[in-house]
Design a protein around this ligand. Sequence first.
Ligand SMILES: Nc1nc2c(ncn2[C@@H]2O[C@H](COP(=O)(O)OP(=O)(O)O)[C@@H](O)[C@H]2O)c(=O)[nH]1
Ligand SMILES: [Mg+2]
Length: 306
Amino acid sequence: MSIQWFPGHMYKARKQIEKIIFQVDLIIEVLDARIPYSSENPMIADLRGSKPTIKVLTKSDLADPTVTEQWLSFFEKENNVKARSLSIDTPEYTRQLTDLIRKLLPEKEKSHKTINVMIMGIPNVGKSTLINTLAGKSIAKTGNEPAVTKGQQRINLRNGIMLWDTPGMLWPKVENDNSSYRLATTGAIKDTAMSYDDVAFFAVGFFLELYPDLLVKRYNLDPLPNTEIEFLELVGKKRGCLVSGGHVDYEKISKIILSEFRSGLIGRISLETPPVMLREEKEVALKILKRNEEKALKKESKKRKR
Ligand SMILES: Nc1nc2c(ncn2[C@@H]2O[C@H](COP(=O)(O)OP(=O)(O)O)[C@@H](O)[C@H]2O)c(=O)[nH]1
Ligand SMILES: [Mg+2]
């Protein structure tokens, strides 16, 4: 399955949210702890305005704990933002969110009014899992495949809090190629334009640079090869991923490595840090600026030809 993000769909989702967001008191923005920057929907910051927001970094069991701490303190520097890291195997921490929600809205809490909370995030970050944990039962469908949630859902937690699932689907970063690779590495997007080999090549390059010890341990390689291709070749042979002629079946070994990363078998790995985000944000802004300039130039030269 693949999801394609068309401007029309994106526009529609935005309109749907704009129609109801005035009824919402607080936003829980769900991000994947391994990629808090790339799993962000670019519109949320804009839509939430000054509403209190809790940024929830899910799947923290899979992420590098040191990097997760960096992200939490980074996010808490923003106005009206609290940040927490959670995982499916510590539901008690997830349930503590309800206390935090009440604390952030003391007026509502005092007047015993229902607090409306909207859960927002791109597909596959763990929204349904979070909703189910907060509700104490399985309400929202969860799944390994992206985009399991369809349609609008409102869940009364019966503790003064009403949870709203985001209507429509929120898209991930589309302007940054690195983000696309990271999203594909975690399995958040299955872009048919990207092959397993491409994604694994990117992932292995990253692991080699930042988590070499984890690779040594998982794949019994000492010394570690210097390049992605050598690594895939060696591990492919080790795992018996061969095609006729004794050549390595790159697609097969790529799938294995990605699946081992996604299930945490390689270790706790984060694919980005706050400094990486700040650098790439600048690069993306420059890219867009350049593209707009080129467009303007083209328009200009067309005019002149007429
Ligand atoms: N390892 C791990 N997996 C999780 C966690 N939370 C959710 N998942 C898995 O991630 C996948 C997507 O979760 P889901 O709640 O359906 O995401 P949604 O599309 O945002 O609603 C499912 O396979 C979940 O089991 C977590 O904290 N740790
Ligand atoms: Mg869901």
